[in-house]
Design a protein around this ligand. Structure first.
Ligand code: FMN
Length: 243
C-alpha cells in the first residue's frame, strides 16, 4: 500500500502538523505501507490560471510547467493520500488550497449528477486515492476544524473517493513543549495514538471508534492550555523570541 502525505504548513519541516504526520507514518510503515511525505512549501507550485486548458486544450495535462508535473502522478499512484495542514483562519492554508486547485486535470470537464442528486465533474480515471486529513490548530477545542471537515468531505465527493479518516488536534501549539517534563508523557501518549491510527488505516482503511474517541480528547484541559500558552506568549514577546 502506498501512502503519500501532502504537507501544507507554510513552516515546511518545522511545523506542529509535521510531528503528527511523522508519528502517523511510523505506524503506517510498521503495518507495511510504503510512505512518502511531500512538503508543499518546498515545491514550486503556481496558481491554477482557471482557464480550463487542462480540460479543453491539453486534456489531463496542465499547461503550467512546475513541480506539479511530478506531484500529480504521485497523487494518482497512491492508494491513500493524506492532506496534512494547520488551520489558518478556520480554513486550509494557501499552499494546500493552491495544491488542491492544481489537481483539476485529474477530472473530466463534463457535469454529472451523483447518487445523492448533487452535481460534480466526471471521472477521468477509474480509481482515485482515498483521503485522510491530519490537521493542527492553535486554539483549543474541535470547532476550529469545522470548515476543514466540511471542505474535505466535499473534496472527497468531488474526487469520486472516500474521506476515510480525519485527525484533528486543537491546542496544537502544545507540541512546542515537547521537552517539558510535565508535557512529555502526555504528548508521548498522544503520539502513540497517532502511530496506532497509522496502523489501523493500513490494516482496516478506517479508524476504530476507540482510537477516534481517544484522539479527540484534549491533551491538557483548555483552561491550562490558555493560561500557560498566554504566559509563554508574553515571555516570547518580552524576549523577542520567535522559535
Ligand atoms: C495566518 C494564520 C492563521 C491562523 N488561524 C488559526 C485559526 O483560525 N484557528 C486556530 O486554532 N489556529 C490558527 N492558527 C494557528 C495555527 O493553526 C497553529 O499555530 C498551528 O499549530 C500551526 O501548525 P504548523 O506548525 O504545522 O504550521 C493560525 C496561524 C496562522 C499563521
Amino acid at each position: 500500500m502506498k501512502i503519500t502525505v501532502f504537507s501544507g504548513s507554510h513552516k515546511g519541516r518545522e511545523g506542529n502538523t509535521l510531528i503528527m504526520v511523522e508519528e502517523f507514518l511510523k505506524g503506517a510503515e510498521e503495518a507495511g505501507a510504503v510512505t512518502e511525505n511531500i512538503i508543499l512549501a518546498e515545491k514550486d507550485i503556481r496558481y491554477c490560471k482557471g482557464k480550463f486548458k487542462c480540460w479543453l486544450t491539453t486534456p489531463g495535462i496542465c499547461t503550467i510547467r512546475d513541480d506539479m508535473d511530478d506531484l500529480l502522478p504521485r497523487f494518482l499512484n497512491s492508494d491513500i493520500v493524506v492532506f496534512a495542514c494547520p488551520v489558518y483562519f478556520d480554513n486550509v492554508p494557501a499552499a494546500m488550497k493552491n495544491f488542491i486547485d492544481r489537481l483539476a486535470p485529474v477530472l473530466l470537464p463534463h457535469f454529472e449528477e451523483d447518487k445523492k442528486g448533487e452535481y460534480r465533474h466526471a471521472k477521468r480515471y477509474e480509481k482515485y486515492p482515498k483521503i485522510v486529513v491530519i490537521s493542527n490548530a492553535g486554539l483549543p477545542g474541535q470547532m476550529s476544524f469545522e470548515v476543514e471537515s466540511l471542505f474535505f468531505r466535499r473534496l472527497a465527493r468531488d474526487f469520486h473517493t472516500e474521506l476515510i479518516a480525519e485527525i484533528y488536534r486543537g491546542e496544537g501549539e502544545i507540541f512546542r513543549g515537547q521537552n517539558n517534563f510535565m508535557l512529555k508523557p502526555l504528548l508521548g501518549r498522544y503520539k502513540k495514538l497517532l502511530r496506532c491510527a497509522g496502523k489501523e488505516i493500513v490494516e482496516n482503511q478506517k479508524l476504530s471508534e476507540k482510537t477516534i474517541k481517544e484522539l479527540e480528547k484534549p491533551i491538557v484541559p483548555p483552561s491550562l492550555y490558555i493560561k500557560f500558552g498566554n504566559e509563554e506568549l508574553d515571555r516570547m514577546f518580552e524576549e523577542g523570541r520567535i522559535d
